[in-house]
Design a binder for this molecule. Structure first.
Ligand SMILES: Nc1ncnc2c1ncn2[C@@H]1O[C@H](COP(=O)(O)OP(=O)(O)O)[C@@H](O)[C@H]1O
Ligand SMILES: [Mg+2]
Length: 269
């Protein structure tokens, strides 16, 4: 079996133009199941655009995206979610007025919201609701928020809201989770806790993560593999050690204002 056959995510020739600008330029990479794959690069490199192409928010100008053997081209974001692709957002998107538990339940594929279920509220519906609640509590325990299950989500501290978003993304039982700058705005203690959580997602749940993140210490210690973009192009792909030593990467980061790729923290956004 080749690397290509085993890939969970395959990005091939992916291109997105905005008027005259090529924001993502013929990018290729694959994400291996059970790994954390980092997508890094200086400000304006095309990371967010690439994320939006993979999740289906934006249509590509050229190229393709595959989840396992399944081509995703042309599928709406919700169809991609149903196939096992979940994401969190750079700017937190939770339902502030709902409880923490309810927020997780909104991420599930259940028939809880079906018209007949709501109208009849029969035993099957109640059993399903109980099961969904139990599953949501499990996820909250996993991310360390079980004690806050009944808290209004908007009242959670910032770092906890980020972990709630991750729990909600997990609720649809994804195969691949795209995380858009999960450490942004976190203090060092919250970042450290996040690092532990993301490791456990990979090591205990076997999940595959694709991560856009500017916190270089976190990226370097967490990621199994990195793809580096600059001006829309892939300039490097490899292990953190390989990427850190890559001349094109060093130059790209130095060119943005002397941020050392191995130590800069949040400065290269
Ligand atoms: N909707 C858009 N219209 C025009 N240009 C855009 C749009 N979105 C992004 N760009 C441009 O594409 C390039 C890549 O942006 P982006 O993907 O946000 O980079 P990154 O996330 O790596 O900072 C930038 O030059 C940005 O200005
Ligand atoms: Mg961005």
């Amino acid at each position: 079996m080749t690397q290509h056959d085993r890939a969970l995510l395959t990005v091939a020739g992916l291109t997105r133009r905005f008027q005259g600008l090529v924001a993502v330029d013929s990018v290729d990479f694959t994400v291996t199941p059970g790994t954390v794959h980092g997508l890094i690069g200086p400000n304006g490199a095309g990371k967010t655009t690439l994320f939006n192409l993979v999740s289906g928010v934006l249509a590509p100008s050229a190229g393709s995206v595959r989840l396992g053997d399944q081509p995703l081209d042309g599928l709406a974001p919700y169809r991609r979610t149903a196939l096992g692709l979940a994401r969190t957002f750079q700017n937190i998107r939770i339902f502030s007025e709902m409880t923490v538990l309810e927020n997780v339940m909104t991420g599930m594929h259940t028939r809880l919201s079906s018209t007949w279920g709501i109208l009849l509220r029969g035993p099957a519906f109640r059993a399903e609701e109980r099961e969904a609640k139990a599953k949501a509590r499990d996820l909250l325990a996993f991310v360390g928020l079980l004690d806050a299950a009944d808290t209004r989500a908007g009242d959670l501290p910032y770092g906890d809201q980020r972990r709630l978003e991750i729990a909600r993304a997990l609720a649809c039982e994804p195969r691949l989770v795209l995380l858009d700058e999960p450490a942004a705005g976190m203090n060092p203690a919250e970042t450290h806790a996040l690092l532990g959580l993301l490791r456990r997602l990979r090591d205990e749940r076997g999940l595959t993560l694709l991560l856009v993140e500017h916190d270089m210490p976190l990226v370097m210690s967490l990621c199994d593999r990195l793809t580096v973009l600059n001006f829309g192009r892939r300039i490097a792909d490899g292990t953190p050690a390989e990427v850190r030593a890559h001349p094109a990467v060093i130059e790209a980061y130095l060119g943005t204002g002397s941020h050392d790729v191995s130590v800069s923290r949040g400065a290269v956004s």
